[in-house]
Design a protein around this ligand. Sequence first.
Ligand SMILES: [Zn+2]
Length: 464
Amino acid sequence: MAYLVFARKWRPMFFDDVVGQEHITNTLKRSILADKVAHSYIFTGTRGVGKTTTARILARALNCEKGPTPQPCGECGSCKSAISGSNFNVVEFDAASNSGVNDVKELMESVNYVPVGNGSNFRVFLIDEAHSLSKQAWNSLLKTLEEPPANVVFIFATTEPEKIPQTILSRSIRFDFRPIGEEAIFKQLAKICDTELIKFEDNTLRLIARKANGSMRDSLSLLEQVRSYCEGELNERQAREVLGLISVETYVKILELASQRKIPEILEIFDNSLNDGYDVSEFIDGFMEFLRSLLFFSIKGNMSEDGAANSYKALWEKYGEGDIIRICEMTAQTQKELRYSSFRRFAAERLLVKIANIDRTVTISQLLDFFKKSEDGSIHSGEFDGRPEFGEEVKPREINPPEKPQTQAALSEPKTQDLPVKKPEKTEEIKERKPKIRESKETVLQNYPIISYIMDKFDAEFVN
Ligand SMILES: [Zn+2]
């Protein structure tokens, strides 16, 4: 038997095999059981999510010799001829290459032929890429849709539902096929590999599932590609090579260097990647994907996905949510720019330099904490209890007691911390501390000019 690619070999034969579209397949099964099949359906969704496959299963379900049934047998003459594409009752029409009015007129003439076969059969017209039809073509279709012959079902499959005329939409039942989730694709790929006796690392299949971007068909083609390339077990390293994905370690290194502001070293890594044959967009898209994993590391706290937990943890200590989100936004901006720019390489280089130069973000709660400590004297002037500066080594903070003013009044009076409830009077000690708070605030303002307006709000609290 000739070799069948995975995308064909694993094309679902039954409604229950269609991955991630249960909201549609369950409704169709119920309609068949209740004998309430509509005359016209619109199947919309991005490519590779199961539109044509579901339409073909519906056609078989309606024509199976044991049917109409939600579970077409796949073995009777009608099912077999439908599978091989030679069933008279099932007409597939590619609107992309037959978009003219004459093509559709010819098709409509055949609508009036009665279905052949045993039992109550249906003629099913599957119009693929329906958005390509011309206005006149739609008009000649409309006449038939207004008064459809009994036992005729139209299924319009399209990736661009906004191009379907309202008059057609209002006479049809619309089903929106969703992009398939990564987890669902991963499970399906794992099932296929088990059946095909292909050994794999989980990470490799997750990588493929992510790269497929919601398309089951794409994921099967990618699986095929990776399998042809990998020797023995499907492994992440080789999969990254064949899928044109840059290693996680490369991106980890870049962020580590960025935290030390080592720009020449970062640009060298970027340079080497391009010399290895990676495209600028591949590099930046991969970086975005990496940032996503890094961000989710904090949200989910689960790194089974790519096993880079230790590197992620170290980066998270250096950066933090605010910084990672800012880097994501900067990267998204560069992704947009890359689509139109003629200076693609420079756009990416600029991004890397910007990342190495970003200032730390600071949360409001960190600031409030800082000022609270400044006020009660448990923090030194100029000391900020946030994350360390980039490039600094993380050291445990030494807490020195604030210097006491050596005035006679301060020495003779009881210590203010011994009287926690009673509000201290405005002694010389308190007055002397004020300039320190002002200095701390200015240090903060110098480092974080963006938040200066927030600081103004604190003036009344801390300076008056
Ligand atoms: Zn059958």
